[in-house]
Design a protein around this ligand. Sequence first.
Ligand code: UT7
Length: 319
Amino acid sequence: MFAKLIATGSYLPEKILTNKDLESMVDTTDEWIRTRSGIEQRHIAAEHEPTSDLAVAAARNALHNAGLQPDDIDLIVVATTTPDVVFPSTACIVQDKLNIKNAAAFDIQAVCSGFVYALSIVDKMISSGAHQRALVIGAETYSRILNWNDRGTCVLFGDGAGAVIVARGETPGILATRIKSDGSKRGILNVPGQVRNGAIYGDPTVHMDGQAVFKFAVGAMADVCNETQAAAGVSSADIDWLVPHQANVRIIDATAKRLGIPNERSIVTVNKHGNTSAASIPLALDVAFRDGRLQPGNLLQLVGVGGGFTWGSVLTRWG
Ligand code: UT7
């Protein structure tokens, strides 16, 4: 038995924050943000929109694209670093809002690698025969954990959600997965605050050493892509689309270069979405599906890296 990605869906909040808008908020310029990161704009969730609402909208879109009803789903996994509340999991809130009756539901917290981690776990749960059809969602409201006075971070992130449906199949879909971690690097990207004794201790906003993250990200993404290709017995020449985490177009280009994959075969959405953490890969998949780039049988290499540090890759055939 195999696990296959059969549909995508996505949701972006209505409000768009442009680089020009940011010029009046912090000491930055449109030119700096574009040249250093490739970002032009990002979406920002409305005050009344929790992460679960973004996740539900993306999930409904994926269900519609798959021609499925909510009750066809028996597993819900939400990758998020910005859950609605400490608990219950955002996945349980999504389960209730979609009125899905017989599904397991849990969250994955692996920051920007969350979607790759989730897909890797769901692959095992579906191909073992334990579950039939899963909703795998990456959903984030990073705008709520940013320090809007820190120009080094607030210009980089955005809100959004992407979803895929993974179903049991008789021919190979997901070919190989690899997920990794190195907690010793937790100091270069984190939100150090915590909720304790009824109060917040420490800073509850994103802290980042951008250059250290940049250097680590490129090497880690290229290495794990190579390892996953070796596990599946394929090479970069076989990859139709590289679908990387969308943090910085320079990181995406450098990773593709190390892998020997031409830039035209990378899916890039960071210009329009900013860094949406766990949502960035499924959002990119949905963009590529909607504009016709994803064709049945295409070989996709998904790769993520993020706080923890965590990183990983999934090699899968589309459709
Ligand atoms: O999902 C994973 C999480 N994050 C990432 O993957 C991000 C990884 N890192 C990056 O994408 C890049 O390192 C950044 C885009 C964050 C920064 O680009 P950089 O080329 O590494 O710039 P830098 O940090 O070396 O900063 C260069 C200059 C500094 O000024 P000085 O010291 O040279 O005078 C910064 O203070 O740019 C300054 N700077 C800014 N200037 C205008 C930093 N942020 C801004 C800003 N606007 N928003």
